[in-house]
Write a protein that binds this ligand. Structure first.
Ligand code: ADP
Ligand code: MG
Length: 744
């Protein structure tokens, strides 16, 4: 049945070649119970491994049922093993974390057997371990373990049982019962046993082979074979899908420390990825904001900004001429509006979001929530459907009252109460851009605030210049009808600026300097205010009365008329929007001929190209980090998985194919990766619910969209997949015995 002709096996070490055995000739048949003896190192194990197909051979030819095997590749040996061989080892090679039942059932599962349960129980009874069927193998004695190994070898109905010193670790009595069990099997099988103690097997064997120094020294027939069995290889089925998952799940959880370690590694991967990705995303949106901060916020390539060459005011007449030019779609006078951001705040001060102001006539979209504005105090918002702000309660927004506010939270547009009556979704917009469409009157009222934002205001107080910062209330000129013309009310705490700490009736200059004009006005300080008397001097809006932060409030109140004469100026700049953006340059040239300086917004976007490069570089860095992360984690995973070498080698010894083994490995790692990801998501969620407060989780919740979660999930799961594939490739690079021995 098995025939070896001049077969040799060498081991290639570092520069030396060791002989496992050389020029062995041998024929073995069914019904035989062969004992192989010989001193240690004589090549017995090597011979058995070659016969088992667990190790390769170099010279000669091995025939299996007449078929040559020298051309076999690993896959052929896999099939051969699965059909023919049941192995029993001195060191048992059981899966210690499995129970007796699970160890035996494993072979049947790997072989795709259907009705496993009865067969396993029958086998367990046969080796007399019924009482221990649900005991973990690690708790059994040596003799019991070897009986489990025998039951496992018998589970598949294979023609050849190979046992390498099966009694080497057993006491005399256990050894005897094991040998007896084996001899019973040899009626219809070929049983080959390596033993040091020939006397133990002498009563049962039919043949005795003695090895010495890699050669067969003696081969004697001890007994006639009484039974001529026929060769009947085991059927080849494969592990069912259901059982693959069952095994995969069991493997994931049955060694707790390993599971915890892997979970930690994957949690680290998920955490590092998430934090890297979220900071990349944040920077991305920030760099967009920075790029758009370069004066022009409305970056339509159809836009041409213009002003008179002589810096004079743009009149209605001029606008009329511009409107009639070829390719002009519409003209926006007072176009600073397009580049201004204001705050939009609700009556309860719950929301404060940035918004661009747009003239309502430019609204081209459709309304998705609510309706179009009809009154002057009604506004319409346009934003991305996934806009960060207002992601909840969009309906409620329509019920509240709103204010436009400037950078230091002072209401603009004469404290006008606004209604948001409609929302329009435009998914071309950035996630954090909100456009507020306003009607004519409101637009005019906002003009003052907008001009103020675009002006450099300097207050000269006792020979010292104070530049007014648009983000703070210090020195902010604030209109009030109750201050007499030409006078000013200043905070009491500014007294230190004046001679002898007394500011009353002294004067100061205000200079408003912008692109188009420079204007200076002089004011006389007629009163100073403090927290107590302020309310009797000027009107404080209701919402401010309760939390009036007097100590920070540095506003200078002047008469509304004075205020308007400083900031409510004529129009010096306008924008033309063209119909055909291809012709924008020609249109600009035409406008130029009419006496205007023009700026095509498309030319300003070159800067954005630069930002694009920065973004690409950041993306490359992020990818490099992900790759580094992968190698670091693979290194750790590899170390952890090393403890699984035994397990996967045993699976292979039992006839698990490369595919199945790989799949089990994939399921094991994927499952851990999924759990790690899921746990992380739970943390993000409970952080959002306010039960914990971790910045990373908050950032993720704010910045991530469904896409991002999916991308990161795929990266994490992909890492688990690639790790298991790589590891399995490493595992299968060598023959079973080589990779098994590597870690034993
Ligand atoms: P036995 O089982 O009879 O004790 P082995 O078959 O294990 O002997 O070993 C036979 C010879 O092959 C010995 O000289 C041993 O040193 C050598 N050998 C066995 N395994 C390896 C290996 N993995 N690498 C190198 N040499 C080996
Ligand atoms: Mg040996």
């Amino acid at each position: 049945m098995i025939k070896l002709k001049n077969v040799s096996k060498y081991y290639y070490g570092k520069g030396v070649v060791a002989t496992g055995f050389s020029k062995v000739n041998l024929e073995l048949n069914l019904g035989e119970f062969v004992a192989i003896t010989g001193e240690s190192g004589s090549g017995k194990s090597t011979l058995l491994n070659v016969i088992s197909g667990l190790d390769t051979y170099e010279d000669g030819e091995m025939y299996i049922n007449g078929e040559e095997t020298s051309h076999y590749i690993e896959k052929d040996f896999e099939e051969y093993r699965r059909k023919n061989i049941g192995n029993i080892y001195q060191s048992f090679n059981l899966i210690n974390s499995y129970t007796v039942y699970q160890n035996i059932a494993l072979v049947l599962m790997l072989n795709g057997e259907k009705d496993i349960k009865n067969r396993v129980i029958e086998l367990i009874k046969k080796v007399d371990l019924y009482k221990f069927r649900n005991t973990k193998v690690s708790r059994l004695s040596g003799g019991q373990k070897q009986r489990v190994a025998i039951a496992r070898a018998l589970a598949k109905d294979v023609p050849i049982i190979i046992a390498d010193e099966p009694t080497g670790n057993l006491d005399k009595r256990s050894a005897l019962s094991v040998m007896k069990l084996l001899s019973e099997l040899s009626h219809d099988k070929l049983v080959i046993v390596v033993t040091h103690n020939y006397d133990q097997v002498a009563p049962y064997v039919t043949r005795k082979i003695t090895m010495h120094d890699g050669k067969i020294l003696e081969d004697v027939k001890v007994k006639d074979i009484d039974n001529k069995a026929t060769y009947k290889p085991s059927k080849l089925n494969t592990l069912s899908i259901f059982n693959r998952f069952r095994l995969g799940f069991r493997n994931t959880f049955n060694i707790i420390p390993k599971f915890v370690l892997l979970l930690l590694v994957f949690s680290f991967i998920v955490g590092a990825l998430m934090s890297e990705y979220s900071s990349f995303r944040k920077e991305e949106t920030q760099s967009k904001e920075e790029a758009s901060n370069v004066v022009f916020k409305n970056k339509s390539v159809n836009r041409i900004v213009l002003k008179k060459k002589d810096k004079s005011v743009i009149t209605d007449n001029d606008l009329e001429v511009l409107r009639k030019l070829d390719n002009v779609d519409y003209v926006v006078d007072n176009d600073l509006l397009l580049d201004t951001e204001l705050g939009l705040r609700d009556e309860d001060d719950n929301y404060w979001v940035r918004t661009f102001i747009m003239p309502y006539i430019n609204f081209k979209n459709t309304v998705d929530v609510g309706r179009l504005p009809e009154n002057d105090n009604e506004i319409l918002l346009e934003m991305n459907e996934d806009c960060y702000y207002f992601s909840y309660e969009r309906d409620k927004m329509l019920e509240k009252e709103w204010f436009f506010v400037n950078d230091y939270n002072e209401t603009a547009a004469n404290n006008k109460k606004l209604k948001i009556v409609g929302i329009s979704y435009n998914n071309h917009l950035n996630y954090d851009d909100i456009y507020s469409y306003v009607g004519d009157t409101l637009q005019k009222e906002l003009k003052v605030e907008i001009h103020k934002q675009f002006s450099d205001v300097v207050i000269n107080f006792y020979g010292k210049n104070h530049k007014v910062d648009r983000y703070s209330t210090a020195f902010q000129l604030t209109p009030s009808d109750r201050v007499p013309v030409g006078q000013a009310y200043i905070p009491e705490r500014y007294s230190y600026l004046c001679y002898k700490n007394d500011c009353l009736w002294s004067t100061f200059d205000v200079t408003n300097n912008n692109l188009y004009y420079k204007d200076t006005k002089t004011f006389t300080i007629s009163r100073t205010y403090n927290k107590k008397n302020i309310t009797s001097m000027v009107d404080i809006p209701d919402y401010k009365k309760d939390n009036f932060e007097f100590q920070y409030d540095g506003k200078i109140y002047i008469n509304t008329q004075d205020f308007l004469s400083l900031f409510d100026k004529e129009n010096y700049q306008a924008s033309v929007f063209v119909k055909d953006k291809e012709l924008v340059h020609d249109t600009a040239l035409n406008i130029n001929k009419l006496g205007y300086e023009t700026l095509e917004i498309k030319d300003t976007l070159v800067e954005l190209g630069f930002a694009q490069y920065i973004r690409i570089i950041k993306l490359i860095i992020t990818i490099a980090l992900v790759v580094t992360l992968f190698f670091i984690s693979y290194f750790i995973i590899k170390i952890i998985l090393k403890s699984r070498n035994t397990y996967y080698s045993i699976i292979r010894m039992l006839g698990g194919t490369k595919n199945i083994t790989t799949e089990l490995l994939v399921i094991e790692l994927m499952l851990v990766a999924n759990i790690a990801y899921f746990i992380f998501m739970i943390f993000v969620y409970i952080n959002h619910m306010g039960m914990i407060n971790v910045k990373l989780f908050t950032d993720i919740y704010e910045v991530f969209k469904v896409n991002d979660y999916i991308i990161l999930y795929l990266i994490v799961v992909g890492m688990a997949f690639v790790s298991s594939m790589r590891y399995s490739r490493k595992l299968f690079k060598d023959s079973v015995m080589k990779s098994f021995k590597e870690e034993v």
